[in-house]
Design a binder for this molecule. Sequence first.
Ligand SMILES: [Zn+2]
Length: 123
Amino acid sequence: MSQEINRDTNLIHPDLVKFYNEFSKEIKTKFNRDFKIFEGHRTLERQKVLFSQGYSKTLNSKHLKNPSLAIDIIESPWTWAGLIVSKEYFSFTNKFLESEKWKNIEWGGNWQRFKDLPHFQIK
Ligand SMILES: [Zn+2]
């Protein structure tokens, strides 16, 4: 099995792909930034590497499902700084998620123990 990053939308739950499409469009409109899918489906091999490096806190990630029940979205060119860590992004994202349409989607940015800003998953 591969340890490579996989961004194939065919391996991601369709609700998350739909969410990504609308969310990134809104971000482009409001902030004029390009957000891309950083990662979708993960092999257990890759999850173990991320876990051992401290990037993930679980070996039971929703990224491991097929289709993946989790998606990581960040600014392109890739950065873990910038808009994603801003207060504006935090309130924008929570407001966006208030819609009835996304009631089955949870954002890692709201987790208390381990804030996972790029991560969205099916509840
Ligand atoms: Zn994730």
